[in-house]
Design a protein around this ligand. Structure first.
Ligand SMILES: [Fe+2]
Ligand SMILES: [Fe+2]
Length: 386
């Protein structure tokens, strides 16, 4: 096995300088961790031979000019290249406000992180020789100025042309919104849908037909690897919510022409004023999970009454923290049958529903680009848990 390149992923850092922090008791994200946690990660990465860093969006707390300025400059100082894309929190408004940047301004803050010579919100780069990174923008605004998570027609046409020009090359794609479902019925429930790209099926088909093996996403704040039979969606949890993870990945090739992606996950266990960040943060999430769990119980598909839902809540206090951790197996044997089936379906499973532990540590076989037409390519998903 020959190592071709090594890269890291830090997602949803939601950077917040102290004077920008939104002070509210219901705030879900521990944004005060963002800068000390980034410092810890950069110290770790400095000890590796790293080829590049990927940050798939939600770079700052909520569009703040000061935070974008800080992060753009910090990334520019790193000894390896970095590549960012905008998340919904990076460009929340079409026009600038007193504190937040306008949508058009985003590329200017990240000239050293992918937007060197473009004012468009999407680009291609060659982080290492022979690897084409296609970085996409999933933020658009409707006629009323309301933000949506989708690719617009112009970008889709551009992407189609890029993929056609790169056919047979090694291509990775990154985008903030999820492209493959990471939790059950993500595209069909109100709560899940907002984390999916609206036109995910279109993008999925385009990537699969073009032989792109993997897309890196964020947004969901969960450690998870999902796949169709030809495409992986590797989503990385948020740096500012439990379990404060980041990933280091190695791309290897073997002498038979096979390509492998080895994934390792790490977590920040102390930062800011917390020596035991993991414990504090899990409790913080548990303390704030009640309204969220109540919605899961009372909205479709469970549609429980408040009286039915209430007794189940204590057992769901850490449910979302466990999901965010990745690789969780759930047993709700004492729940009513329908609720039991619903919540146990969130257990980590392989594509044929067997228990699986690939969300944090895994070695994935990537289908190398091939001259075979898509329909004749061998189905492939090979995973080894490591
Ligand atoms: Fe997001
Ligand atoms: Fe986020």
């Amino acid at each position: 096995m020959r190592r071709n390149f090594r890269f890291a992923i830090v997602s949803d850092p939601h950077v917040a300088l102290p004077h920008t922090i939104w002070d509210h008791p219901k705030r879900f994200h521990l944004v005060e961790v963002s800068i000390p946690a980034l410092d810890r990660i950069f110290a770790h990465l400095a000890t590796l031979e790293l080829d590049f860093l990927l940050v798939p969006g939600d770079l700052v707390q909520h569009g703040e000019r000061d935070n974008h300025t800080w992060l753009g400059q910090r990334l520019a100082q790193l000894p390896y290249p970095s590549f960012v894309i905008p998340g919904n929190h990076d460009v929340p408004y079409p026009e600038a406000t007193d504190t937040a940047i306008g949508f058009d301004e985003f590329p200017r803050f990240y000239r050293a992180s992918g937007y060197r010579d473009t004012d468009r919100h999407y680009y291609t780069a060659e982080p290492v020789p022979g690897l084409h990174l296609i970085a996409l923008n999933s933020n658009i605004f409707d006629a009323e100025g309301v933000q949506q998570g989708a690719l617009d027609d112009d970008q889709l046409a551009w992407l189609e042309a890029e993929l056609a020009a790169r056919r047979g090359d090694r291509v990775f794609v990154t985008i903030h919104h999820n492209v493959i479902e990471h939790v059950p019925q993500q595209s069909r429930t109100k709560m899940g849908r907002r984390y999916m790209l609206d036109n995910a099926p279109v993008l999925r088909k385009l990537l699969e037909d073009s032989g792109v093996p993997v897309v890196f996403t964020g947004h969901l704040h969960v450690q998870d690897i999902a796949a169709t039979d030809r495409l992986y969606d590797i989503t990385t949890g948020s740096l500012v919510s439990y379990p404060h993870p980041y990933r280091i990945l190695e791309y290897d090739t073997d002498c038979h022409g096979g390509a492998w992606l080895k994934i390792e996950s790490y977590r920040i266990d102390s930062a800011h004023i917390w020596d035991d960040l993991g414990h504090f943060s899990r409790e913080w999430m548990g303390d704030r999970s009640r309204p969220f769990m109540l919605r899961l119980l009372t909205e479709a598909p469970l549609n429980m009454s408040l009286e039915q839902a209430e007794p189940l809540l204590p057992d769901l206090r850490y449910f979302w923290a466990d999901i965010a951790d990745g690789d969780s197996q759930f047993d709700f044997g004492h729940f009513p049958p329908k609720a039991r089936r619903f919540f146990e379906a969130f257990s980590a499973r392989t594509f044929d529903r067997a228990p699986s532990f690939i969300d944090n540590f895994a070695t994935l076989r990537l289908c190398e680009p091939t001259s075979l037409p898509p329909a004749r390519r061998p189905r492939r998903i090979e995973v080894s848990q490591s």
